[in-house]
Each structure stands twice: as C-alpha cells, then as structure tokens.
Design a protein around this ligand. Sequence first.
Ligand code: ZN
Length: 281
Amino acid sequence: MLSDRGSKSSFKRKHNSASVYWFIFCGDAVLLDEAGSVPVAAACPVALQPWQTVFELPPLDGVECRGVALDAPFTQEASWHHVGLREAYRLMPLAQYERAGKARELLYWDAQTRFCGVCGAPMKRHTEISKRCTQCGKEVWPQLATAVIVAIERADELLMVRARNFRADYYGLVAGFVETGETLEECVQREVREETGLEITDLRYFASQPWPYPCGLMVGFTARYASGQLHLQRSELRDARWVKAADMPRVPGRMSIARRLIDDWLDRQGRADVKERLNDF
Ligand SMILES: [Zn+2]
C-alpha cells in the first residue's frame, strides 16, 4: 500500500512487553536456539556495536520482534547456531520463519543502501522502512525483485524443468524475473517461450510468496499448453520434460510456491497419494 510508505507510525507499537523475538542474522543465516526458535529476551542477547541497526518488525502473537545483522557469527552460546534461512524452514515455527524472511529482507536492504545512489552521501534511517540521503534528500525503500513461476499442463502431464542454477538434482517449474516494462502475464509467456519454445494459453493467477533470497516476490500462475515443440534454452535449463503424476521426480520443498503449484496439480489429477509420498527438502 503506497500510502503506508514513509509513515513513521507504520511499525510503531507499545514497548510494554518484557520479551522480544530476536531475529539475529549473520549473512543469510539466522540465529536459532536449541529448540529451533529465535532467541527470546527483553534485551538483545548479543552485544551490539554502535553502528549496528536494530529493526523493528511486526509482532508475532503480541510479542515484539526485532532484527539485527552481525558481522561475525554469534558463538557465546554453545547450543545456539546460525542456520541458513532456507534450511531454517524445517526447524522454525512457520510464523517465525516468515518473520525471519522479512527481517532478512530489511537487513539486506539496509546493507545495500548505506550510501546515496545519486550523490554518494551517507543514507540515514527515516522510518522503519525508508532511508533519506543526508545531502540531497533522496528517499529509498526496500525494493523487490519480482519473478514469475508457472505450472503448465497438457492433458495428464505437467511440464517440469531442471534449471542450471538448481543446487540439487530436482525438477521444478519454468520461472524467471520480470523485466522492466512488461506485465506479469507477458513475463510468463516470454519466459516459457524463451526457455522451452512453447506457447501457452489459459494463464491464471495462482498465488504469490515473499522469497527473501535476498529480496524477491514470487508470483505463481497456472497455464495450459497451446502449441510448439520443446526446445530448451541450454543456458538456463539442463532438461525439460512432460511428467505424469506417477513419474514425479524429486521436487522443490514445501516451503516453495513451486511445490504448492505441483501439489495443486497433483490434487487436480486426483493423486493426493503421490503428493504425500514426495520428498520435502
Ligand atoms: Zn544523495
């Protein structure tokens, strides 16, 4: 909501709570205690330096949340560990994980906007989600990199691809970043055409998901095959294939919208049994 931008009160709350959830990051790794929770304490359990900025985040179940980035991992508590945010999904309560994603995005934005892009002077925090240049007054807010992802079906098959940048040996869905000057729908059609040589029809919005790796928004769609032969863009894809429900390969974990799209397709195929058997990582 644009009208919220720059509002000094947007994240302000009463500071009457004895405990705070502390989202303490080192790089993309969040600090978790032995129970897989972020530390809960009235004061930050890590001694902070004057230049380290604490971000206020929306509360969880009435408990205040704050985020801070460390230059080096916290090692004072033997049973606490920094865990990469993707991996932390399996350890943390879901609501905490989602808040951790927001914290990570804000801290990343903070680190990337120390100086003004116009005049080079230092930027200063203006609100919880904006900064202002100390010289020229330019104002900046966290920016999202928007990407689309699409589940394309043809009869009883789903188009699955193995991207070059996938770290593991699994198959996902066609996806790509939105370019300037194009609509989400144009982006889906372009990505599908570029990566696979196919044309699609019946493009429908499915859902969206914040993707804090480091500052993304994934917008999911479903579509049906219209025409064309599979012709891979080798710079992007290792493989692409039409897959039946019974032949599902390893797929992305349940944290991803890719998996939600795949699960939705399996549901519509009447194959909830396959969905339950699939890996989760
Ligand atoms: Zn400036």
